[in-house]
Design a protein around this ligand. Structure first.
Ligand code: NAD
Length: 253
């Protein structure tokens, strides 16, 4: 059912939150646009500016790695300045209140952690762009190291230990999904009674399978997104409004 307007959407969501014992949020890039980070598919979104670099290209080509790191450094002022928005803060309030055990996110911006979720309680399906890892030995690097290396050599960095390429700790198209995060997300989707999709176009798979899994396991499904999604038909409630406006009333102490 699509909420008639913002007011009735907020009221119905409030009732569903009050009735739920275990709420699992599933977030996408839309929750972070209020924080100044563009999403992928809105007009002006990242996809309209830059074609994503698939994983096999990153591995095979120094040029692709250079371009990928150049883009990442160009985005750094945006990521560094971003602060949690009303959507992040509302979910953090419900987490502190014991209603949310963990958040499943497709985002890579670390804003759920900044808003108060313990790192262990943020299940990142597409990784995290605020640090980097070696693709060979998985050694962790910070971005300051990567930038210094890039600037001193003029090319994307390789691992000090094993010499393999270093990449932001994100999951690119064509890269295997992180097994532990997929397992934990699956368990969360199967064991909640309210599954709350916030700011996702639900077109990136296998992540987009999580709302359907939760629904099939008996959870009520709510989608908060300002555009239609392919799963609106199966949702119990669709709120087609701004996320900050919709979740703002749920920001607590
Ligand atoms: P998406 O860009 O495909 O979809 C975002 C959706 O949010 C769109 O339907 C858009 O209309 C909606 N939206 C944007 N701002 C909104 C607002 N203020 N209120 C209501 N709705 C709003 O994003 P996705 O589904 O997360 O999938 C794309 C992939 O992009 C993800 O895998 C993610 O890794 C990556 N990504 C992440 C970030 C981030 O970490 N912040 C940013 C861009 C892309």
């Amino acid at each position: 059912m699509i909420a008639a307007d913002l007011r009735s959407g907020v009221d119905q969501l409030g009732e569903m939150i009050a009735a739920a014992n275990v709420i699992v949020p599933f977030t996408g890039a839309g929750i972070s646009t209020e924080s100044g980070i563009p999403d992928f598919r809105s007009p002006g979104g990242l996809w309209s500016l830059n074609r994503p670099i698939p994983f096999d290209e990153f591995v095979a080509s120094q040029d692709a790695r250079d371009e990928s790191w150049r883009r990442r450094f160009n985005m750094e002022p945006t990521f560094a300045a971003a602060r949690p928005g009303r959507g992040h803060r509302a979910l953090a309030s419900l987490y502190r209140a014991g209603k949310i055990p963990a958040v499943i996110t497709q985002n890579i911006d670390n804003l759920h952690q900044t808003s108060g979720f313990a790192a262990d309680h943020v299940v990142e399906l597409h990784g995290n762009t605020t640090y980097a890892r070696c693709l060979g030995c998985e050694k962790r690097y910070n971005l300051v190291w990567a930038r210094q290396r890039f600037e001193s050599t003029g090319i994307a960095p390789n691992c000090d230990d094993c010499g393999e390429p270093v990449k932001t700790a994100t999951i690119s198209f064509g890269q295997p999904m992180p097994e532990d995060a997929m397992r934990r997300a699956t368990e969360l989707a199967q064991s909640c009674d309210l599954f709350l999709v916030v700011g996702s176009s639900l077109v990136v798979w296998p992540a987009a399978g999580m709302p359907l899994l939760a629904k099939n396991c008996g959870a009520r499904l709510v989608i908060v997104n300002n555009e239609p999604t392919e799963q609106d038909d199966v949702a119990d409630l669709v709120i087609r409004c701004d996320i900050g406006e919709t979740l703002g009333p749920f920001v607590g102490n």
